[in-house]
Design a protein around this ligand. Structure first.
Ligand SMILES: Nc1ncnc2c1ncn2[C@@H]1O[C@H](COP(=O)(O)OP(=O)(O)O)[C@@H](O)[C@H]1O
Ligand SMILES: N[C@@H](CC(=O)OP(=O)(O)O)C(=O)O
Length: 467
């Protein structure tokens, strides 16, 4: 089989885990052609983001401090993970080159006072540059031939939308399949850095947070993989975040459309575009535990043969959003109002997570990420306030709670069950929507009510008894 196996940061953050991953890959490579895709080690991308924040605040010493934290963590991991001294020495020497470049980059950014989306993507790419070398060296150490490749080196070509790029899929397919086929014929295991690509001019780009999942499916579709596995600390897709609901159950099978809804509403922090490359080729994906390798995890495919007849399969949540209530008398019966609002937000590059319009048409409520709130409000204020909009009310720190499951389609009484359970828990709901496909029912609560709402719904729909 041709397999693409992606490891999240949580699977490659201790020497013991990296050694276990290398051993597992060694076994798998005896019968399969494998491509490994790695995220940065846990916390590294967050540290790199903090470096960019420190540079913006002209705090160079904080940025350098964070860079040495990353350096020390990786050197320590290299020393603990790699047993053969020649492999370890080579790895440490390569790390030294990367660290020198990271410090030079910080110097340059501070000197120019330049923290543009392009320089940020270049900075953020260091996490995966380091992790692929570590994992590839561990595979060599375990006795197999391997090579680390950044997204750019493997041939992932994207547009120049830094921070949220998309692949130019035909160019990417040509380049990636050529690189990987050549390595397969030399029995070398490619370890590809997730999250990162490069535009047509060779400038490093990223896919946005969680983007390594997307890298795995892009590579998988380019090489016509038989299966793609996403390995992480959890057993698979669960009926709710196991960190919130202790008795959350593993979902054995879900369809692509259900998985897309789950990703959009925060389940397992999967990148929302992850499933796109799989839809036409119908490549099955498994979401599995990197620690319990015998477990099958969750199968995500075009159809589910599953016996799971539950109306609802998952209660997911996305915290840290902002709610904007757009009001204005002249919006009533004025065609094109909603279009103008969304065009304004789209022009400002804002991703709208949820929308609802009050039946009297006098207000439209929009949910965006907290991080986009400032930009969204100022765009609406500049372009539309005093014209079609009379007033903007803003609430920060809200969470979206979503119930997901294709069985909800046409099922009567789901909403009343939901709001009955929520009311019993004294949680206040500020906005409700149902997707036209009836695959989800989503509503907004205060961040601080998230756990109570998720647990109440998990109990109400008896998801701990899902089969
Ligand atoms: N429905 C869900 N099923 C499984 N995990 C979930 C779900 N919702 C949230 N999670 C969380 O997703 C996390 C795993 O995703 P992620 O952090 O992306 O892993 P990695 O970095 O290893 O790829 C877990 O820590 C888990 O708490
Ligand atoms: N390192 C990137 C990409 C990624 O996908 O990470 P993870 O698989 O650990 O969520 C991030 O933190 O966003």
């Amino acid at each position: 089989m041709r397999l693409v196996i992606k490891y999240g940061g949580t699977s490659i953050s201790t020497a013991k885990d990296i050694q276990a991953v290398a051993k597992h890959l060694n076994e798998l490579s005896k019968k399969n052609h494998i491509v490994v895709v790695c995220s940065a080690t846990s916390g590294t991308t967050d540290d790199l983001i903090e470096i960019s924040e420190s540079i913006k605040k002209e705090n160079k010493s904080k940025a350098e401090q964070l860079a040495s934290k990353i350096t020390n963590r990786h050197k320590q991991l290299a020393k603990q993970t790699i047993k053969k001294s020649d492999i370890r020495k080579k790895l440490l020497a390569k790390f030294d080159q990367d660290f020198a470049e990271l410090i030079a980059l910080i110097d340059g950014m501070v000197l120019l006072g330049e923290v543009t989306p392009r320089t940020m993507d270049y900075l953020f790419s260091f996490g995966e540059r380091l992790s692929i070398k570590l994992v590839s060296s561990a595979i060599d150490d375990a006795g197999k031939k391997s090579i680390p490749l950044t997204g750019k080196e493997v041939g992932i070509v994207t547009d120049s939308n830094f921070g949220e790029s998309k692949p130019l899929i035909d160019t990417t397919r040509l380049r990636v399949s050529k690189t990987i086929d050549a390595l397969f014929s030399k029995k070398t295991i490619p370890v590809v850095g997730g999250f990162v690509g490069a535009d047509q001019h060779g400038h490093v780009t990223t896919f946005g947070r969680g983007g390594s999942d997307y890298s795995a499916t892009i590579v998988g579709s380019c090489i016509k993989a038989d299966e793609i596995w996403l390995m992480s600390e959890v057993d698979g897709l669960m009926t709710a975040d196991p960190k919130i609901v202790k008795n959350a159950k593993l979902l054995k099978e879900v369809s692509y459309i259900e998985a897309i809804e789950m990703a959009l509403f925060g389940a397992k922090q999967i990148h929302p575009r992850t499933f796109e490359p799989l839809l036409t080729k119908k490549i099955p994906m498994k979401i599995r535990s990197s620690f319990k390798t015998k477990n099958e995890g969750t199968l995500v495919s075009a159809t589910t043969s599953s016996a799971v007849k539950n109306t609802v399969k998952c209660v997911s949540n996305v915290r840290n959003n902002g709610l904007i209530d757009v009001q204005g008398g002249s919006m009533v019966g004025t065609p094109g109002t909603a279009a103008k609002i969304f065009a304004t937000l789209a022009k400002a590059g804002i991703n709208v997570m949820m929308i609802s319009q009050n039946p009297s048409e006098s207000s439209i409520t929009i949910v965006v990420k907290n991080a986009d709130l400032d930009k969204a409000v100022s765009a609406l204020e500049l372009e539309l306030l005093g014209k079609i909009i009379k007033k903007l009310d803003v609430t920060t720190n809200v969470a979206i709670i979503a119930l997901i499951g294709s069985g909800m389609r046409g099922t009567i009484g789901v909403a009343s069950k939901v709001f009955g359970a929520i009311e019993k828990n004294k949680v206040n709901v500020s906005m409700i929507t149902q997707g036209s496909s009836e695959l989800n029912l989503a509503f907004v609560v205060k961040n601080s009510d998230t756990n109570a709402a998720v647990r109440a719904l998990h109990d109400e729909f008896e998801l701990d008894k899902i089969n």
